[in-house]
Design a protein around this ligand. Structure first.
Ligand SMILES: NC(=O)c1ccc[n+]([C@@H]2O[C@H](COP(=O)([O-])OP(=O)(O)OC[C@H]3O[C@@H](n4cnc5c(N)ncnc54)[C@H](OP(=O)(O)O)[C@@H]3O)[C@@H](O)[C@H]2O)c1
Length: 239
């Protein structure tokens, strides 16, 4: 059975700006305790302090978490579990898009490797730490932030590392969802569409807050909610 909203603890990666910050704020506004994480201690602490100041009474704390650093990932999840005794929601938001000007044949494989390390292995590392804690309580919601660019249907050739990393993330989402079926842990992915953040390079159609609001439901699903789904808003995203 779902724990009450106010007793739930959520952790958001890459929460110091963009969609991660907006998602963290939206979750805290729902009454959850939100652990905002960022690559640096300063960004994590500053963002948590800002969110607490913006919304009176919001329960927000900051932790350093670099998804490419295994020690940092282990420490952030262990400290969260130690402090709160639980982890109910994980939002895997952190990502990089480094090869906008490249094509498949012109790809720089060091950039491909760095992109995979953050966008795919980073999520894998975080879930490896989060799932055992969720299993202890028989409850978990994992939201992986994907992109329309990762859909195999209509795959394009620009930004190849980013596209292929998000396609791999979609596959990872389905595989993990299948493994934890029946354990109270619902794993899904959502694409925000184009949102006004640094990553979108000015081509946005909505604010980060609007995009976050449309994805939030997947972090707050009832026990009979979907699992192993790819979404844009509440609509299925082409696989
Ligand atoms: N904006 C869009 O239109 C759009 C469209 C489709 C999908 N998305 C997805 O939405 C998510 C959020 O993107 P955004 O638009 O908000 O981009 P953003 O403004 O560039 O934010 C990316 C966040 O990820 C963090 N990050 C990068 N590498 C990290 C690492 N190794 N460890 C921890 N954090 C790391 C960044 O931290 P630093 O500040 O330290 O760099 C930043 O907080 C991503 O998964 C992205 O693929 C966005």
């Amino acid at each position: 059975m779902s724990p009450s909203t106010s007793s739930r603890v959520a952790l958001v990666t890459g929460a110091n700006r963009g969609l991660g910050r907006a998602l963290a704020q939206a979750l805290a506004a729902q009454g959850l305790h939100v652990v905002v994480t960022a690559r640096t201690y300063d960004d994590a602490d500053r963002t948590a302090a800002e969110l607490r100041a913006e919304g009176r009474g919001l329960a927000v704390s900051g932790r350093q978490l670099d998804v490419t650093d295994p020690a940092s990932v282990v420490r952030a999840f262990a400290d969260t579990a130690y402090e709160h005794g639980r982890l109910d929601v994980l939002v895997n938001n952190a990502a990089v898009a480094l090869d906008r000007t490249r094509t498949v044949t012109e790809a720089d494989l060091e950039i491909v490797q760095a992109t995979m390390d953050t966008n795919v292995l980073g999520v894998w590392r975080c879930c490896a730490e989060a799932v055992p804690v969720m299993r202890e309580n028989g409850y978990g919601r994992i939201l992986n932030v994907t992109s329309h660019m990762g859909s195999l249907t209509g795959m394009g050739s620009t930004s190849p590392a980013y596209r292929i990393s998000k396609a791999a993330l979609n596959a990872y989402t389905l595989a993990l969802a299948a493994e934890v079926e029946g354990e109270g842990i619902l794993v899904n992915a959502a694409s925000p569409g184009l949102a006004a953040t640094r990553l979108a390079y000015g081509s946005a159609t909505q604010s980060a807050q609007e995009a976050a609001r449309d994805m939030l439901w997947l972090a707050l699903l009832p026990d009979n909610g979907p699992r192993g789904g790819l979404f844009h808003g509440t609509q299925p995203l082409a696989p």
